[in-house]
Ligand binder design. Structure first.
Ligand SMILES: Cc1cc2nc3c(=O)[nH]c(=O)nc-3n(C[C@H](O)[C@H](O)[C@H](O)COP(=O)(O)OP(=O)(O)OC[C@H]3O[C@@H](n4cnc5c(N)ncnc54)[C@H](O)[C@@H]3O)c2cc1C
Length: 569
């Protein structure tokens, strides 16, 4: 019996009402459902058969109109007729990592991002863990890129002046009975997956030496000393800046709307800022990567967005969880069901504790709302790992959407049907971890396609904005003497000076919004969440960035600080 027929039988039995048909060696699912979970289930059933190259899920949700892609209202012709060698779509950590690697070659490269800054999608909405890959499938692209990237990370962060720390991660177990099976399994898995730093099975007493506030119920831990952390948005911006320093170009508020494809080749790319004629297109569009693939007539995978919500705790809680990211072993089957690591208590590089994330399948790709239900679930699940955490120390929440495919693996490859596209799609967790090696491979393939040699001189190092809070008194005084703005603290919670904000405004990829400043120097990230410093940041953006103060936004469209309320005569 052919594979489509076999799948159809399976669907009819387990998830009826949908139709499977073939497109080459891929399967297309069609139909309509009132229940979104059924649409996701059908896609998973198709992928789990292992029969197909990819699953193209076109089943629609009855009565639901997909929200249009969030976009800038700008319509102009600034890019009309541009002919870059390479066009990268998407300014997240993957697009920026690719752009930096591309800038090593003699190529003209342009990255377009639909938002007003880099790291506006999943790359600023995640936990910043640089994972070790113990949970990954042995032959997955996720593991392959994670392992190669782990070797790159320390030097890359040093070159880009981005903080990186290996503080370890651990999985906490409440059941001693489980130890007999779980401990040898984890040791074997760590060996098989070449987990950086391996795994150590620690008794409660041993773990208490690392985490003194471990809650009563925790009996033992699997400790992964190689677990690390990074600021994902700081790294994304640093990668972008390094690329620009090496000649690449970035265009914000630029949305790819459609493509013209002739004889399996992209001829032109239409954006809201004009039509471009690139030789090679790179798809790093995150949750929209299947939509971009479809524009290029090369869709052989489908993204089903999986939302995750985190709470951020005040730095006052740093002492409660001294070092490692810690997660309680999930209930049996949970990890498999949600394809998520189950979240945990995660210290960030800047010493806040994140609580979360959860994993919820949603139809809307850019639904970044946070709900009390999610926050209660994640807090209830993780708070009991460490004594002394208090809900009162949560300072804010965020959510992000993971770009999951039904195959639950990264799609890092040249086009299947279209010759001049390369996909970096379906990059869900551990995408932050895996970004450096993905960037290397894709840049190499693109350079080979265009037979482009490497440049003679590549500027490896990029210097970030000085962080006065980490300087000793002597260094700080010397800096203030040179420029008194470094002595004027604007953000009191995070100790950020006016000098740092001004440096950020004049950096190589200048931020134009208050949140852009926040992602670069942390002004507004503390307990008061900008309550005190926001007016000063707005004023500095206006003065230094030469913007009309009335037009300054917190982020994106419709987030103005000032607006007329009534006409004065
Ligand atoms: C809650 C959560 C926690 C996570 N935790 C971790 C973690 O701890 N460690 C880890 O390794 N990974 C983690 N991840 C995964 C990680 O965040 C992602 O894998 C990574 O950020 C993906 O980067 P990206 O560049 O592919 O996507 P994005 O950052 O989403 O970038 C894609 C960009 O493309 C732009 N774009 C889309 N369509 C268009 C278009 N038509 N035209 C122009 N621009 C377009 C978007 O605006 C967006 O900025 C987490 C993810 C989530 C959601």
């Amino acid at each position: 019996m052919n594979k489509i027929k076999l799948l159809q039988e399976k669907l009819d039995k387990e998830c009826p009402g949908f139709l499977a048909s073939a497109k080459d060696d891929c399967v297309v699912l069609s139909g309509e459902s009132e229940d979104y979970s059924k649409i996701v289930e059908a896609g998973k059933i198709a992928a789990e058969t292992g029969y197909f190259y990819g699953v193209i899920n076109k089943i629609t949700l009855k009565g639901w109109t997909p929200k249009p892609m969030k976009r800038s209202p700008i319509e102009d012709k600034t890019l009309e007729g541009a002919t870059p060698d390479i066009l990268v779509i998407g300014g997240g950590i993957i697009g920026c990592s690719i752009l930096r690697e591309l800038s090593r070659y003699q190529l003209s490269c342009l990255l377009v991002e639909k938002e007003e800054d880099l790291a506006m999608g999943a790359s600023s909405r995640n936990d910043g863990c640089v994972h070790v890959g113990i949970d990954l499938h042995k032959n997955s692209a996720k593991l392959k890129y994670l392992l190669r990237s782990r070797a790159i990370y320390p030097q890359l962060c040093a070159d880009l002046d981005v903080p990186y720390r290996e503080d370890g991660q651990s999985v906490a177990f409440k059941s001693l009975t489980l130890k007999g099976i779980a401990a040898p399994y984890l040791r074997a898995k760590a060996r098989a997956n070449h987990v950086p730093g391996g795994v150590k099975i620690l008794s409660r007493e041993q773990m208490l030496k690392i985490e003194p506030h471990l809650a009563e119920g925790i009996k033992w831990c699997a400790y992964l000393p190689g677990g690390a952390c990074v600021s994902p948005y700081e790294l994304t911006i640093a990668l972008g800046e390094s690329a620009v320093l090496n000649g690449a170009k970035v265009s914000f508020n630029t949305i790819v709307e459609s493509m013209e494809v002739k004889d399996h080749k992209i001829v032109s790319v239409k954006t809201n800022r004009g039509t471009l004629y690139p030789k090679v297109v790179i798809n790093a569009a995150g949750v929209y990567s299947d939509v971009v693939a479809d524009m290029a007539e090369d869709q052989f995978f489908t993204i089903h967005p999986r939302k995750g919500t985190d709470s951020i705790m005040d730095k006052a809680m740093t002492s409660a969880l001294s070092k490692t990211a810690i997660t309680v072993y999930p209930k049996l089957g949970e990890e498999k069901r949600t394809h998520s690591k189950g979240g945990g208590l995660i210290p960030t590089i800047d010493k806040n504790i994140l609580v979360g994330p959860d994993a919820i399948e949603i139809p809307d790709r850019e639904d970044y709302t946070t709900s009390k239900a999610s926050i209660d679930v994640i807090y209830g699940k993780h708070v009991n790992t460490i004594a002394a955490l208090s809900e009162r120390d949560i300072i804010t929440y965020f959510s992000g959407t993971r770009a999951a495919t039904y195959e639950e693996d990264f799609v890092v490859q040249k086009g299947k049907w279209t010759k001049n596209i390369i996909h970096a799609a379906g990059i869900q967790s551990p995408g932050v971890t895996a970004a450096p090696a993905i960037g290397q491979d894709i840049a190499l393939w693109a350079s080979q396609m265009l037979k482009a040699p490497k440049k003679e001189h590549f500027i490896e190092k990029r210097k970030g904005v000085v962080k006065t809070r980490f300087l000793d008194d002597k260094e700080r005084n010397a800096l203030i003497k040179k420029n008194p703005a470094y002595g004027h603290i604007v953000c009191r919670c995070e100790e950020i000076s006016e000098g740092e904000i001004i440096d950020a405004i004049h950096s190589i990829i200048p931020p134009t919004t208050v949140d852009g400043i926040k992602r670069r120097v942390r002004a507004g990230m503390g307990r008061c969440q900008g309550g005190f410093c926001q007016p000063s940041v707005v004023a500095l953006l206006a003065k230094e960035g030469q913007q009309d103060i009335l037009k300054i936004k917190k982020k994106g469209e419709g987030n103005l600080f000032f607006a007329e309320t009534k006409e004065c005569k």
